[in-house]
Design a protein around this ligand. Structure first.
Ligand SMILES: [Zn+2]
Length: 230
């Protein structure tokens, strides 16, 4: 049955679709992401061990929490990644005699430890998925998509694809390691990818931060500010 109400409704839906498509084009043209059902916020490793007082503290890492909370409210789709290692993990300094921390890493984010928990103040209750990574003893993982052997997938790429997500906004810790690798893999997976500068903090070892931004840019990852989220 086609009545006046149905026709009005169709016109409204068509209008809304046109408006949405125009808004998405306009946002992309200005180098900022549209925030809609096709966009996911990926919050990388905002865990106690990566914050001041933690076992692999990123300087000022806790400063990302309030920024993530504020912008998290605006995304329908939110994914957390969580570094999640067994005792004796291959990335740990304690697993390698003769190597010092930062040749490998200080032991961190071990299963069920307080350090592996998300920061107490991280408050994005509508986050739908937690992707754990690095839980195989012999394989490390910086990226939320693909572990460090560059073969083992976490399933995040498939999850986002099935959810119809085509755009990723990446935030968290640390800019030059897990955020960097996650953003690069998001771009390689075909997602339009953004990193929000103020919502990340870096370790910055030997120029690693500059290199990370350059490597991300080379893959088309856009570096944006919170203000660019509109
Ligand atoms: Zn780790």
């Amino acid at each position: 049955m086609t009545d006046r109400f149905t026709l009005d409704r169709r016109a409204a839906i068509a209008g809304a679709t046109l408006f949405t498509a125009a808004a998405v084009r306009s946002a992309a043209a200005q180098g900022r992401p549209a925030i809609d059902a096709q966009t996911a916020l990926i919050v990388v490793d905002v865990q106690n061990d990566f914050c001041p007082g933690g076992r692999l503290a990123v300087p000022k890492g806790d400063e990302v929490v309030a920024v993530c909370n504020a912008i998290g409210r605006r995304f329908q789709n939110v994914v957390f990644t969580q570094d999640w290692h067994p005792e004796g993990h291959s990335s740990f300094a304690s697993s390698h005699t003769g190597k010092k921390p930062f040749d490998v890493w200080p032991d961190h984010c071990t299963w069920d430890s307080a350090g592996a928990e998300f920061h107490d103040s991280l408050d994005i209750p509508h986050a739908q998925t937690i992707v754990r990574k690095g839980y195989r003893k012999e394989v490390d993982s910086y990226s939320g998509f693909l572990e460090a052997d560059r073969k083992t997938t976490t399933g995040l790429g498939g999850y986002l694809k099935e959810r119809g997500v085509s755009r990723a906004v990446v935030v968290g810790l640390a800019t030059d390691f897990c955020v960097n690798w996650t953003a690069q893999d998001a771009a390689k997976a075909g997602l339009e990818t953004y990193v929000v500068e103020e919502a990340c903090r870096a370790i910055d070892l030997g120029g690693s931060l500059d290199k990370a931004w350059a490597d991300m840019a080379a893959l088309g990852v856009k570096r944006i500010k919170v203000a660019d989220l509109g």
